[in-house]
Design a protein around this ligand. Structure first.
Ligand code: PGA
Length: 250
């Protein structure tokens, strides 16, 4: 069974609610005929207005973070139930910016993955190496470690429904893209890791994205690789470029 491509925008900390609405309106006619699944992962405050603005369209809604807890005294956090009630389907977990700036470690991220899955949200689990790690030749070992740690306790059926985003940290927001061969090598290693943990059936079903300065000029080559099932797009998701990526095959 062929995996459907999934192109997700990661808006990060950009767009006020009114700006978010304007961006959705700009993109709506441009993405409407996409063959790929289209997702906007938006800041918490934009979730409700964007949910309203994408109603009846082919766009799915994603969040950029989730609490590992159900409810209660966790000031500033947002629960899975809140996201679900607002119409969210996907949630980015373990983006390198959260790992780096907010010290989210694999044990914590594993709890978030389990919470999202338990509640019926689909994690977009991010992993990636630093430039130092790449130059030291430990990229694949590091990625395997991240994936194995973050998927502790996740069943094969749950894993099959997930999305994993490979995002080399040195390529995020830098304009430096991994070559399509470099990206494919790691995405294939991730799929092989899923075979090791579970089985080949699960590995065939899970979708693996590349992220890191993906743009109209490089997306075709990246998305042509057999183990790259989509993209997680930062900077280019905030403008009409996003639609060109979504329509990479047209
Ligand atoms: P970028 O960000 O496309 O701006 O490099 C990707 C990401 O961080 O998800």
């Amino acid at each position: 069974m062929a995996r459907r491509k999934i192109i997700a925008g990661n808006w990060k900390m950009n767009k006020t609610p009114s700006e978010a609405k304007a961006l959705v309106e700009l993109l709506a006619p441009l993405v409407k005929d996409a063959d790929a699944e289209v997702v906007y992962c938006v800041p918490a405050i934009d979730i409700v207005p964007v949910a309203e603005a994408i109603k009846g369209s082919n766009v799915q809604l994603g969040a950029e973070n989730i609490s590992d807890q159900d409810a209660g005294a966790f000031t500033g956090e947002i629960s899975a139930d809140m996201l679900l009630d607002a119409g969210v389907k996907y949630v980015i977990i373990g983006h390198s910016e959260r790992r780096q700036y907010y010290k989210e470690d694999d044990a914590f991220l594993n709890r978030k993955v389990l919470k999202a899955l338990e509640k019926g949200l689909t994690p977009i689990l991010c992993c990636g190496e630093t430039l130092e790690q790449r130059e030291a030749g430990v990229t694949l070992d590091w990625i395997r470690l991240q994936i194995k740690s973050d998927l502790q306790g996740v069943t094969a059926e749950q894993a099959a429904s997930m999305v994993i985003a490979y995002e080399p940290i040195w390529a995020i927001g830098t304009g430096k893209t991994a070559t399509s061969d470099q990206a494919e090598e790691v995405c294939k290693a991730i799929r092989d890791t899923i075979t090791d943990i579970y089985d080949s059936d699960t590995a065939e079903k899970i979708r693996i994205q590349y992220g890191g300065s993906m743009k109209p000029a490089n997306c075709k080559e990246l998305l042509a690789k057999p183990d790259i099932d989509g993209g997680l797009i930062g900077g280019a998701a905030l403008k009409a470029d996003f639609a060109e990526i979504v329509n990479y095959n047209k």
